[in-house]
Design a protein around this ligand. Structure first.
Ligand SMILES: [Zn+2]
Length: 352
């Protein structure tokens, strides 16, 4: 085994597993590297995997993880789903039928250097989810909302005059060049570490303004709840409901999509797994930093890996069939918008 593989297996088992899956998948996936992430005077690859339709107008579903290096469970959830898909591809015709009509992409480890170092930020000390060139409207929480004081403090955005970090630039460029502009696109960016509940956030992170696709978000939520009535895990809400931030790349991409392709739908969702629950069940986790963001006991980790499978599968099915459930009378669209405003926003237009 080469020295690099040995190091990866020890310090970055998620990248080791990802590269093993890429090797095993062969022609079942189209794989490339969208960025070379800075790491210790060298670089680590940010891998992109694509499956399914190559039609530039096919709807797309994307799973993204590891933006914050310490939140390893997000990458692990995606890798578990990938492993299952690769296995199903050998025998499951219904999956093949879906993939004939849908483009599926995954970027399981956006920040491999941060994950190697077990830090939230990338090795340049920058929080990739505060690094996009977009300002929040109104006040953000001090530090947490993103700041430019020092890379030695958490949630550092980087300097205003600098470009985005290579990892984020790679993700951003890929989304703009190869994903947006389709009739329907949905993404799930997997994080952990906030609160006792699993949350599903939709934009905006930097504004209380309801998104233009609010009615579709409402419809997606309703479809999920009706289809999986016993899977009531998620608190679905606009991200600004929890806290507002500068520099959220999904806000930036959402606005770009709205401006460049106003007749399409783009729903970038963030899964924020509520890791405080794992800590509550095992207070010894407080002694170890990384364990605040990841389940430490094997049975709990397995539970988390299977917990989000129905959501990911649902997202793929909903993407495949979007033209069917999106076909609504204008009166129904207005009704959904009103219901969504009532559900998520108060009379002043703030999140509830
Ligand atoms: Zn995160």
């Amino acid at each position: 085994m080469s020295e690099r593989l040995y190091d990866l297996k020890q310090n970055l088992p998620e990248l080791f597993e990802l590269e093993s899956l890429i090797e095993r998948a062969g022609s079942k996936m189209r794989c490339s590297v969208i960025a070379n992430a800075p790491f210790d005077g060298s670089t680590l690859p940010v891998h992109l995997l694509e499956m399914g339709s190559t039609d530039p107008l096919a709807p797309a579903i994307g799973f993204v993880g590891g933006v914050h290096g310490v939140e390893r469970i997000g990458s692990q959830v995606i890798l578990a789903y990938l492993q299952s898909l690769l296995s199903r591809m050998r025998w499951d015709d219904s999956l093949q039928d879906q993939l004939d009509k849908v483009k599926l992409f995954m970027i399981p480890i956006v920040n491999p250097g941060g994950m190697f170092n077990n830090t939230r930020c990338n090795p340049n000390g920058i929080d990739l989810m505060r690094n996009a060139p977009i300002e929040a409207k109104g006040k953000v929480p001090k530090l947490l909302g993103g700041h430019r004081y020092s890379r030695h403090l958490p949630w550092y955005r980087g300097l205003k005059e600098d470009c985005m970090e290579p990892e984020l630039q790679g993700l951003h460029d890929y989304m703009r060049q190869h994903v947006l502009g389709r009739p329907f696109t949905m993404t799930l960016d997997c994080h952990s570490g906030f609160g006792f509940h699993d949350r599903l956030w939709f934009p905006y992170a930097g504004s209380f303004t309801p998104i233009a696709d609010l009615n579709t978000m409402y419809r997606v939520n309703r479809l999920f709840v009706k289809t999986f009535p016993n899977h009531t895990l998620y608190k679905v809400e606009p991200q600004a409901h929890s806290y507002t931030t500068h520099g959220d790349v999904w806000d930036l991409l959402y606005d770009h999509s709205l401006e460049a392709y106003p007749n399409t739908t783009f729903l970038p969702l963030t899964l924020e797994m509520g890791s405080w629950l794992w800590v509550k069940k095992n207070p010894r986790q407080l002694l170890k930093f990384g364990s605040l963001f990841n389940p430490m006991l094997p049975h709990r980790q397995r539970r988390i890996l299977r917990r989000h499978y129905p959501l990911m599968d649902f997202m793929m099915m909903a993407t495949r069939s979007h033209s069917r459930w999106q076909k609504l009378k204008p009166t129904q669209v207005s009704k959904d918008t009103r219901a969504a405003l009532k559900l998520w926003y108060d009379e002043e237009g703030h999140s509830k």
